[in-house]
Write a protein that binds this ligand. Structure first.
Ligand SMILES: [Zn+2]
Length: 1033
């Protein structure tokens, strides 16, 4: 139908143009361009289409569930295309490719050709162009890159264009990483958004500083800066009645003198007044009107008809110049002015829309969804590597569904935790489906690598993975091995470094032992599975799978796996029937507060001291670094403001505490389990907070596994749960939080660099998003905490760090979602408040030493070892042909300051490669230096025939992008910026990639055939050997 309508519209347009002279048909002159000596009002027609919020992404697309919200993206796109065809001067921008590609695949070739014409003429412009408009607080930068790449790839393939504009109009605060990485480094010429702190916005309006040059990276400086404009309002039309959706109540322009209510003069006056008002807060004689809002243009003609008339009559009036425009045209107009622009550094967090409305609650909202997204993000990275190693399936499982689900989940109402519950469920369902599909591909790849032979992928059925391992559920490892079967554990490491890490598996028997691939027994440790874990396991397994687990593991088996870079090792687990087995069952040592002796935990360099008198953490001791420091931990909850009488409630977006209440402040019983690999301290903080702190013999940080929930609400009070670590570090109001897991930004309590902060919410107003970690320091020491998902955190008192772990609230906060953030989970009729289980990691270092751990261990947290399991008969070691493997040259390792962000096979068989320097300039004395990667070693098993350096989203050659880059003038600039370091060009013979601090470089690499296709040629391997095939292509 859509094609037919478009076709008819074309005919009608031609017909009308031909006969218009005779009729009373009015031709509006909409052809106006920029006029230099007038105030130019750039009318930017746009729709803001949330990729899920009050309805799911599919419901929004097809327009179902309209009792919740009358929104149908199909209507938006159908009607907008017609409206654009009706007048070639009309323009429209479209953003969310998750919707656009749904619509695109429904269209005929004829319609596609018409739309391609609209794109190439500039009438329809794709801006931003990611799968969604990602959030900027909760996503990890790797996810932001992936979802942007996904959308840009689609646009490039279909239209052969590269988006020029960043359009983050709705996210609730704006990150440094968005500006320099997802802005400048993808080749955007400008970035626009609506939401910044209301105090900041007021000052910027007064100073005409809404538009800035945003230099957000300390390390990349002016080489990655971008023109960034904050709208004077949000992203809606200006005040004065300019909304023209069918049911909107703005007065339409009535210009027919034969009808009543002719209002052209009034409406022109309204227009000019609104334009002058905006000009008062904007530099140059160009202002942008964002003509649209959420899911607008479902009947696009209504908007365009009124804009046609405005352009026609306003320009006849002549006081200001009105034109159809786009953010690109607007940016070019700004660039053409000779003005200099104010410089902006750091970021726009936190965002407050009002005195008591700090949008800092969503940093933690829906912690399980946030954890799920992060867990699958790391899995997706590893799975794509394994897909490259095997060769991408033409038919059969791929990582595509997971990529799609993860891209959707980065939307600013998805991972942010600000959608309705049924929509959050939809995101989780998509992730689960994508995960299952990717698991199949991973199993095929591993099957082909451990037993390379023709048809190897079919043996993938025997390989299991354990997506519920985080809740102690892994059927594969809970097998009974007493009958002589052996469990094989394949441990894959997606990092470019060798790695040793402790693997923990639930098992049913304590009489088992672990062997490496040469058949040698490795040290292992058995610990009991506690009742608290079992009850979480049973309940959540039933909730997730629909049935209760059949068996119950009694123990955790722990051992240290050593894994090559970008490769795997295999271990076998069998009944302990050998002599001299070294597996050790824990000495279980229960400590009660009755005694007074301090309790020391840890058998390596790190020791934690717990007070004998109250059972609480008291000291952190590292014998290697000679740190001996007081360290205390506490828990508390913030009571959520109810909002019934005093307006602003604490909710999905907003954090508005109404008092702080300690939890578990009395004496506590602790249970201590010790063993050769690690020690554990178990603390039941109260009836709904349980915590296990692990100190590993060979690591110098503490790992804290927490279970929080169900948060009780029977007292009618919503609660936001925080944990705090207190030291004597003299942090002087200063702490550091990461930007999307990448750069660290200095935060000063009750202070903003850009304006004199009026402090209204001393706690909520000092909260920041944390994706990698938070730290503080003084002249002697640093205290760092790293996280396994995005959370909110702060330092409200000097020397203290806090994380908000979970929140359950009873009132809607009035910011649109129209639900209280009260997550529950049900098994049958048994519904409970949601419990969250996760981890954070804590370490103290001498000043200047902390970055090494934050960066390298932070990467290990993001990319945990991928575990797969299979059974075989006997216990003689593996009978696989390959039991240890590195995807790179086995003698090579990436430098300590480099990480492999992307290794992905594209549809055409080429490889998308991203390498990232992990350190900022000046961050670490050893690692903040230019470094290099040898591609020939990285691709040791495949011959490289061509390497092209690309923009970050890989939609254009880097060189082309740099040629087009606009060079903006910065106010008061004395060219005193230190020279920015960047890696040099890649020599096509040497194939060495240089990386400067914080640099990410993206390449498309053409290589020879993948492993699996060559294995047929030479299927002979030696056990434990490096797989080292050099087959010419
Ligand atoms: Zn939105």
């Amino acid at each position: 139908m859509a094609n037919f309508r478009v076709f008819m519209m074309l005919i009608l347009t031609v017909f009308v143009l031909a006969v218009c002279v005779e009729s009373k048909y009015m031709v509006y002159d909409t052809s106006q361009c920029v006029v230099n000596d007038k105030l130019n009002v750039h009318l930017v027609a746009h729709t803001h289409d949330d990729v899920g919020w009050l309805k799911t992404v599919d419901q929004y697309y097809v327009g179902s569930n309209n009792s919740i919200q009358g929104a149908c993206v199909q209507n938006v796109l159908d009607s907008t295309i017609q409206a654009l065809l009706a007048d070639k001067n009309r323009k429209f921008v479209y953003v969310e490719q998750a919707f656009f590609q749904r619509w695109w695949r429904d269209q005929s070739e004829a319609t596609k050709d018409i739309v391609k014409g609209l794109v190439s003429s500039g009438q329809l412009e794709m801006i931003n162009g990611g799968w969604c408009m990602h959030d900027e607080a909760a996503p990890h930068y790797i996810d932001m890159i992936d979802q942007t790449t996904y959308g840009h790839k689609f646009i490039k393939e279909q239209f052969n264009v590269t988006p020029r504009i960043g359009w983050q109009i709705d996210p609730f605060g704006h990150s440094a990483v968005q500006a320099y990485l997802l802005g400048a480094e993808v080749g955007f010429d400008s970035l626009f958004f609506g939401r910044i702190d209301y105090q900041d916005k007021a000052k910027r309006k007064a100073d005409k500083n809404l538009e800035v040059i945003w230099r957000a990276s300390k390390s990349l400086g002016s080489s990655a800066q971008i023109f960034a404009g904050t709208f004077s309002g949000n992203y809606e039309p200006p005040p004065g009645g300019f909304y023209f959706e069918v049911n909107d109540d703005s007065p339409v322009v009535q210009d027919d003198v034969n009808l009543f209510d002719y209002n052209v003069d009034e409406r022109v006056n309204d227009f000019v007044a609104a334009a002058l008002s905006q000009a008062n807060v904007t530099r140059t004689n160009h202002v942008m009107w964002t003509m649209g809002e959420d899911f607008k243009y479902q009947y696009a003609e209504s908007w365009f008809r009124n804009m046609d008339k405005f352009i026609h009559y306003v320009n006849k009036d002549g006081r200001v110049n009105a034109l159809y425009s786009t953010p690109s045209i607007y940016t070019d107009a700004k660039y053409a002015e000779t003005d200099t622009w104010p410089l902006k550094k750091d970021d726009y967090f936190p965002y407050a829309s009002d005195v008591n409305a700090y949008w800092t609650g969503y940093f933690t909202s829906r912690p399980n969804l946030k954890g799920y997204v992060r867990m699958l993000s790391g899995y997706y990275l590893a799975a794509r590597q394994l897909e490259v190693m095997k060769g991408r399936n033409k038919t059969g499982p791929t990582t595509d569904d997971l990529g799609d689900a993860l891209a959707i989940a980065q939307h600013h109402d998805a991972v942010s935790g600000t959608s309705q519950q049924h929509v959050a469920n939809d995101y989780a369902k998509r992730l689960s489906i994508g995960h299952k599909e990717a698991e199949k591909m991973v199993a095929e790849s591993l099957a082909c690598m451990i037993s390379p032979k023709p048809g190897c992928a079919s043996s993938a059925n025997n390989i299991q993975q354990c997506p519920l391992l985080n809740i102690s559920n892994c059927p594969a490892t809970e097998a009974d091995l007493s009958s002589g079967k052996t469990l094989v554990v394949v441990v894959y490491n997606s990092l470019g470094w060798k790695r040793s890490d402790v693997v923990r598996l639930p098992v049913v028997s304590e009489n088992i032992a672990v062997y490496d691939s040469s058949g040698k027994e490795v040290e292992s440790q058995i610990l009991p599975v506690i009742n608290e874990s079992i009850s979480i396991r049973n309940y959540y397994t039933a909730a997730y799978t629909g049935k209760s687990p059949s068996s119950t593991p009694k123990y955790w088996l722990a051992f240290t796996a050593s894994v090559p870079s970008l490769g795997f090792s295999t271990y076998t687990i069998s009944s302990k029937n050998r002599q001299g087995s070294t597996s050790v069952k824990d000495a279980i040592y229960k400590r009660t507060h009755a005694g007074n002796d301090d309790i020391e935990i840890g058998t390596g360099n790190l020791k934690l001291i717990y007070s004998g008198s109250d059972g609480k953490l008291s000291q952190y001791v590292n014998s290697r670094t000679s740190i001996k420091a007081s360290l205390k931990q506490s828990h508390s909850f913030y009571a959520g403001f109810d909002g019934t009488t005093r307006l602003q409630a604490s909710g999905a977006y907003i954090f508005r505490p109404n008092g702080t209440y300690p939890i578990g402040s009395q004496k506590q019983n602790i249970t201590v389990l010790t063993g050769p690999i690690y020690d554990e301290v178990h603390q039941k903080i109260n009836s709904w907070i349980y915590q296990i702190t692990r100190v590993y013999k060979n690591k110098e940080h503490a790992e804290v596994e927490f279970t929080v929930g169900p948060i009780p609400i029977d007292d009618g009070v919503g609660k936001e749960i925080a944990t705090k670590f207190t030291t004597y570090i003299k942090s002087n109001k200063t702490f550091y939080t990461d930007s999307n897991g990448r750069d660290f930004i200095e935060r000063v309590r009750d202070y903003r660099a850009d304006w004199d902060l009026e402090v209204n919410q001393p706690i909520a107003g000092n909260y920041y998003p944390i994706n990698l970690g938070i730290y503080l320091k003084d002249e002697k020491n640093e205290l760092s905490v790293l996280v396994d998902r995005s959370v909110g955190g702060s330092s409200i008192v000097d020397g203290q760090l806090e994380l908000m772990l979970h929140r359950r609230l009873l009132y809607d906060d009035g910011k649109g979602v129209a639900e209280a953030l009260n997550e529950t989970v049900c098994v049958g009729d048994d519904c409970r408040g949601l419990a969250v289980q996760g981890k954070y990691y804590l370490r103290m270092d001498p000043l200047g030493e902390g970055a090494k751990w934050r960066r390298s261990y932070g990467q290990e947290i993001y990319s945990p070892l991928l575990l797969a399991f299979t059974e075989q008969d006997g216990n003689k070691g593996t009978d696989f042909q390959v039991s240890k493997y590195s995807g790179m040259d086995s003698t090579y390792s990436l430098p300590d300051n480099v990480v492999l962000l992307t290794l992905q096979e594209l549809d055409d068989g080429k490889i998308l490669l991203r390498l990232a320097h992990l350190y900022e300039i000046g961050e670490d004395k050893d690692h903040s230096v230019i470094t290099s990667v040898k591609l020939k070693k990285l691709f040791a098993k495949r011959k490289i025939t061509e390497v092209s350096e690309m923009s970050l989203s890989a939609n254009q050659e880097r060189e082309e992008m740099e040629k087009k880059r606009l060079v903006w003038k910065v106010e008061g600039s004395k060219n005193d910026e230190p020279t920015v370091q960047r890696g040099g060009p890649v020599d096509p013979q040497k194939l060495v990639v240089e990386l400067a601090p914080m640099e990410i470089r993206t390449f498309i690499v053409t290589v020879g055939k993948p492993l699996a296709q060559r294995l047929v040629v030479r299927p002979c391997f030696q056990e434990t050997s490096q797989l080292d095939l050099h087959v010419t292509t």
